[in-house]
Design a protein around this ligand. Sequence first.
Ligand code: AMP
Length: 327
Amino acid sequence: MKKRVLSGIRATGRLHLGNYLGAIKGMLALQDDPTYETIYMVADLHAVTTPYKVEELRVNRREVIIDYLAAGLDPEKSILFQQADVSEHAELAFYFSSVMTIARMQHLPTFKEKVKQYPDAATMALLNYPILMSADILVYKAGLVPVGIDQEPHLEISREIARKMNQEYGMDFPEPQRFKTPGEYVPSLTGEGKMSKSVEGSFITLVDDLATIKAKLSKAPTDSGKGDIAQATGGVKALLSFVELFQGADRRKAYEAAYKNEGIRYGDLKHDLAEAIYKELQPIQEKRKAFESDPSRVDQIIAEGSKRARVIAAQTVAEVKEKMGLA
Ligand code: AMP
């Protein structure tokens, strides 16, 4: 049997370069490897774990599917679907919640960060986020998960749940591992922390045109352009990471050498970097237009994807219910 792969992105807005480099690049690489069966969802249930607007979610859960298709995920090779259409995810998350303690979940750094961000919305859904993510993965018995490094604490939870379910109920869940990409941590354009949808000014989206990319890069903080590169921090560090990711390691080394000698001209660096980023995004934007103009094709892909996903998910849930004494 082929090894299964699961990944997903929350339906909280337009995808950015962090999602693209940290998750989608890995999703694409595994989709094109015939030894894997790849299952990719839009995490719309996860989108309700923090405050959201109903009408925006309705749009976003479909837009992420279009972003997937535009980026090259292929319904002939991968199962593409929306999480809420396969109710087994939520059902399995409930069974999993019976083997995890409140203390363990409250201890997670990702939970604490979100509580700080939304102090009035520390809901049970938020506390359950990693349990639902574990159900997303294990409902397909997937062993490999292409996601960014920020998801590692959640994958640890999924491994703990797999072990507990295997020990206590004799299940055969794999312990999921992260599939890493070179862009597993994409920094924020502000020079502080990671690129994130929730931080204004931190991201470039997959639909940004060249002028927008240039404008966003122009705001990234820089320094005098000269000195000891070992101390490069903040905006400069972020810019050099983008250079490496979009223009290659040699170009980065050349800038580092320039930094110690004649100095970096950031205007030129940002100009060339914007062109390189746009060159990668342009074909994705072209493909997006084609799918936008064919909504019935998108509907058909979504319907077929959830049908295929449900067949696998239902088998796992039936097995868990039987082993837990619920059937
Ligand atoms: P989210 O938007 O939180 O649902 O994240 C969707 C996927 O994108 C996950 O695999 C994340 O790990 C990945 N991701 C989000 N932001 C970044 C980033 N700044 N660098 C690398 N990967 C990221």
